[in-house]
Design a protein around this ligand. Structure first.
Ligand code: DGP
Ligand code: NA
Ligand code: NA
Length: 210
């Protein structure tokens, strides 16, 4: 029997939410936990600021450069495309990926600027489909209270309100929504539950899709 095709694949787990919803620290905690449990797992994030495209995105986000709204949208998307083949390879060889932001951020943030939602979705077609999307739910007002926003371009209450509306429109019944105002430990517990359940389904042979 072919070893590679019979070994269980990894799961593509995506965390989404407004800025300061706690996504980044929860993905770190989840990563540590899965590693300790002996799983093959990696923690990823988008934008990945380490690539050439990622550096252009980073200077846009820190207001060091200006880019037309459609142009930056396509760069964010390109940043996901440039990691696609590595992503597929990792998943197929059994590594679970915990990904902090993905295509949904792309669509939510750009459509919040008023770009057509269909146009926003188009460049994401053909990227790998997540096995699980977890949305850490917090109101824009509560998020803004959390130690204040940094200096980055999108970290403003009025804009985050629009992003929240976009996420609400994007959500479907497959998303797992976790109340991001619960304690860190309670969020972590709920997150582990939905993630372990998803990993089990992937191990059982649920195919990877686009
Ligand atoms: P983060 O590194 O997670 O703080 O993300 C940086 C900021 O960029 C954050 O405000 C969310 C936003 N963002 C992430 N992905 C995309 C995307 O694909 N398109 C747009 N327009 N914004 C994004
Ligand atoms: Na941010
Ligand atoms: Na973040």
């Amino acid at each position: 029997e072919n070893k590679e095709s019979s070994s269980p694949r990894g799961a593509l787990i995506v965390l989404e939410g407004l800025d300061r919803c706690g996504k980044t620290s929860q993905s770190g905690r989840l990563y540590k936990y899965l590693l300790e449990q002996g799983h093959s797992v990696e923690s990823w994030r988008f934008p990945d600021r380490n690539t050439g495209v990622g550096q252009m995105i980073s200077s846009y986000l820190t207001n060091e450069s200006q880019l037309e709204d459609h142009a930056i949208h396509l760069l964010f998307s390109a940043n996901r495309w440039e990691k696609r083949s590595l992503m597929e390879e990792k998943l197929k060889t059994g590594t679970t990926l915990i990904v902090d932001r993905y295509s949904y951020s792309g669509v939510a943030f750009s459509s919040a600027k008023g770009l057509d939602i269909g146009w926003c979705k188009a460049p994401e077609i053909g990227l790998l489909a997540p096995d699980l999307v977890v949305y850490l739910d917090i109101s824009p007002e509560k998020a803004a209270e959390r130690g204040g926003y940094g200096d980055e371009r999108y970290e403003q209450l009025e804009f985050q309100k629009k992003v929240a509306g976009s996420y609400l429109a994007l959500r479907d019944s497959s998303w797992k929504v976790i109340d991001a105002t619960l304690s860190i430990v309670d969020i972590e517990k709920k997150l582990r539950e939905v993630v372990l359940d998803c990993m089990m389904t992937c191990h059982k042979g649920k195919p990877l899709s686009q």
